[in-house]
Design a protein around this ligand. Structure first.
Ligand code: 5AD
Length: 466
């Protein structure tokens, strides 16, 4: 573990890097950008952690379980590496790196690098320093002005037609000022900072020129995009103005975004769903709870009634809209009545998909200090009951497609069975069919024949004959 062992002379070729990503799409996107930056510096990407000279874990802090997973992974990597003489450079990126900083090296002294969420784009320069021995350890979790604009490189161009990505994530903003009482994100991702609209549009144009047809606009609270940079115009928020600008790009056929806040679904955004055909009929509205009492304790900024009103307005402009949500069970003080309100809200709305989270006490969040933290058994019981309901709901939405046509953007060979092809419907469901390389990147109509576990199976429909 000295600089000499790690000097570049040790490497015949440039070092290889393995990045493992935990958590949300923002982390996926950050890891992709880091990989692209490292490739541009001459590093190669390793197929597994065992073959890599550098192992980076891009971490999530949203729940304790996510942190524990990354910590135990790092312990495993260290164990294997030590047996081989401790040659690897090991690092943490992402939200846990931001919130724990140097503590991580105190706990795991074999770790060399801890980079916060505003420093991801500096991974290459710090790795160079560690590999050359000019630095022994690096911990950098400082804020950096302009870092929100640093995540822009993409992987995957020029690797051949069949692997060319047809969908891409584009980071539009970082941070969140909402301060929901359960959430660690404001402290891990910082204050809201938005990228200039022109930069985002230029990035989307480049992606379109490379064959990308679907863009997902990404950020911790995308609906707050640019609100201090671009004034409301004709009643349209900066976020809606951005969607319009991306909508105007030739070659981009589908637009999605995540994560929004329900309060961001103002009339301008609802109206945009009715007006902009490339904005797919799919919306994620994280409700968290169906109880007004809990929504207030969570500091969510809407009521159950307002939430239902937004859903009704969205369904009025796009009756087939696919709706997904996030729900927390077991928030401090949640009573059986509060829980039943969440259950009844789900039954009333019939979401296409719901992500359930057991409440996890996060350091320095207001909810961590609230009275009436619930027992694990109570949380587990409510989780099971709600999960059963949500699975029933989601399956019914899938079954409803059988016999019908769905429009699919073909993304490539199926993950489960590479002999088949898969794509996503406009409502964000995976659909699998017997395809071939010529289908890659096409928008097809599939006739749905059956449903597997949260997957649609069908055949390309020959319109006119079908
Ligand atoms: N405990 C459990 N779930 C949480 N989430 C955020 N913070 C917590 C927490 N402390 C969930 C919310 C959010 C999703 C990304 O993670 O439902 O929408």
């Amino acid at each position: 573990m000295t600089g000499a062992i790690r000097s570049p002379a040790t490497f015949d070729t440039m070092p290889s890097v393995y990045i493992k990503t935990y958590g949300c799409q923002m982390n996926e996107r950050d890891s992709e950008a880091v990989s692209a930056q490292l490739l541009a510096r001459g590093y190669s990407l390793a197929a597994s952690e065992n073959q890599a000279d550098v192992v980076l874990l891009n971490t999530c802090s949203v729940r304790d379980m996510a942190e524990q997973k990354a910590l135990s992974k790092m312990q495993n990597v260290i164990g294997v590496d030590r047996k081989r003489g401790g040659r690897q450079i090991l690092g943490f990126l992402g939200c846990m790196a931001q919130s724990r900083g140097g503590e991580l090296i105190d706990q795991l002294p074999d770790v060399d690098l801890v980079l916060g969420t505003q420093k991801t784009h500096r991974t290459g320069e710090y790795l160079d320093a560690l590999l050359s021995g000019s630095r022994d350890k690096v911990v950098d979790t400082a804020e950096e002005t302009g870092s929100e604009s640093a995540i822009r490189e993409h992987l995957g161009h020029g690797i051949g037609n069949d692997s060319r990505p047809v969908t891409a994530f584009v980071s539009i903003m970082q941070g969140c000022n909402q301060h929901c009482t359960f959430c660690i994100v404001p402290s891990t991702r910082g204050e809201e900072r938005s990228r200039p609209m022109d930069d985002i549009v230029a990035e989307c144009r480049e992606l379109a020129a490379r064959g990308v047809r679907e863009i997902t606009l990404l950020g911790q609270i995308v609906t707050s995009y640019g609100r201090r940079m671009y004034p409301v115009q004709d009643g349209r928020s900066a976020f809606v103005q951005l969607i319009e600008a991306v909508h105007a790009i030739e070659g981009i056929d589908r637009i999605r975004f995540t994560s929004p806040h329900p309060k961001g679904y103002g009339d301008d955004l609802v109206e945009a769903y009715g007006r902009l055909p490339k904005l797919v009929e799919s919306a994620h509205l994280p409700v968290q709870s169906g109880s007004n009492r809990l929504l207030k304790l969570m500091h969510r900024g809407y009521t159950r009634e307002r939430f239902l009103e937004i859903i009704a307005k969205l369904r009025a402009v796009r009756p087939d809209i696919g709706l997904s949500t996030d729900i927390i069970v077991g928030f401090p003080g949640e009573t059986e009545e509060d829980f039943l309100e969440t259950l009844s809200l789900c039954q009333e709305i019939q979401f296409d998909q719901a992500f359930l989270f057991k409440y996890s006490r996060r350091r320095d969040t207001p909810a961590a200090a609230m009275p009436d933290q619930l027992a694990e058994e109570v949380i587990e019981d409510r989780h099971q009951r709600l999960l059963a309901e949500i699975n029933r709901m989601a399956m019914a939405k899938f079954e409803a497609h059988v016999g019908g046509l769905v429009e699919v953007l073909v993304e490539g060979p199926s993950h489960r069975n590479p002999a088949r092809y898969e794509g996503r419907t406009r409502t964000n469901k995976i659909a699998v069919f017997e395809g071939s390389p010529r289908h890659h990147g096409q928008i097809l109509n599939l006739r749905i024949e059956r449903v597997g576990s949260f997957t649609l199976y069908g055949n390309p429909a020959i319109l006119g004959l079908d």
